[in-house]
Design a binder for this molecule. Structure first.
Ligand code: SF4
Length: 308
């Protein structure tokens, strides 16, 4: 994965080491190298047309671009993110997606992701939203992004208008890792999205040295609710090559999340999940309130996995 850090992110890195750690290439990453499973969610084998992944039947993932404003060193899609040649999407890809959606009315939810959909040119973004929302069997549109954090200026008025035009509910999932990411420009982007009638939620990855302590996550989730973003998921970091140094001990994560459950309101508390390595889905991790054996879990397809 290439190295790129937006000017906005560079500004955040100056005063917050936890943000620097997310974007700077570390010695550990270089030592770990790129060998191993680059597609832990098994997306490639579920690609039904170029750029569109259908793993679950009732919802599809559309990869709008391989580009992001800043590249996170723990990115689950590092197999394709920053590869601007093979990840290039144009109008003809969107036409193919729409054809697929018309042939598959059982797909009710479309998730636009990438890379970052907010970095694509406005014309392509408009076209994707207009064409996909015109398919009557599509009932929900979701956009996964980190732009409000890494480069809030990408959330521009053209894109907001395109979101506002969509009749279906548009859910925007924003990737946040640390309370210092909630800056004035980020709050401005969030306000714009709320004015465009988007419904906002957050996703967070547990990261060693970034947010693996109670207070940081407490401040993050409280801060998010207060700006109108509902904390949705906190994930265990996927076993990506080059990102092992970001993985937190499972027992430590459970301890922190159990403590969060005690102190946060239900609204501010996200679901803590592990992504099954066979790509079958997100399995909720039991908290410390129950006596359970957490060394092994069973995925949605009945397969057992070791958590260590
Ligand atoms: S913004 Fe998302 S897609 Fe882009 S590098 Fe970060 S985690 Fe990966």
């Amino acid at each position: 994965m290439q190295h790129r850090i937006s000017e906005h992110t560079q500004g955040l890195m100056v005063c917050e080491r936890a943000i620097k750690r997310q974007f700077e290439i570390s010695e550990q990453e270089l030592l770990e190298g790129e060998t191993g499973n680059l597609d832990p969610l098994q997306e490639q084998q579920h690609e039904v047309v170029p750029g569109m992944i259908n793993k679950y039947g009732n919802r599809v993932l559309c990869l709008m671009t391989a580009e992001c404003a800043s590249y996170c060193r723990f990115c689950t899609r590092r197999r394709l993110v920053s590869d601007l040649e093979s990840g290039r999407i144009d109008f003809s890809h969107i036409d193919e997606w729409v054809r697929y959606l018309r042939q598959h009315p059982e797909v009710r939810e479309v998730i636009l992701s990438g890379g970052d959909p907010f970095i694509v040119e406005d014309r392509l973004f408009d076209y994707a939203l207009d064409e996909i929302s015109a398919v009557s069997s599509v009932k929900v549109i979701r956009i996964g992004t980190r732009a409000p954090v890494t480069d809030p200026a990408l959330v521009n008025s053209n894109k907001l208008q395109a979101i506002r035009r969509v009749e279906q509910p548009v859910y925007v999932g924003i990737h946040f890792e640390h309370p210092s990411e909630i800056t004035k420009p980020t709050i401005g982007a969030i306000k714009g999205l709320r004015c465009a009638e988007a419904i906002l939620y957050s996703q967070t990855v547990f990261l060693s040295g970034v947010n693996d302590d109670f207070q940081t996550l407490h401040d993050l989730f409280t801060g998010l609710v207060e700006i109108g973003v509902r904390p949705y998921y906190i994930y265990r970091c996927d076993p990506i090559p080059g990102a092992a140094h970001f993985r937190v001990d499972l027992d430590k994560e459970r301890r922190i999340v159990s403590e969060l459950r005690r102190s946060l309101s239900g609204l501010a508390f996200p679901t803590y999940v592990i992504d099954a390595p066979d790509g079958s889905g997100k399995i909720p991790v039991p908290l410390e309130f129950w006596d359970t054996n957490t060394s092994v879990y069973t995925d949605f397809e009945g397969k057992k996995h070791d958590t260590k």
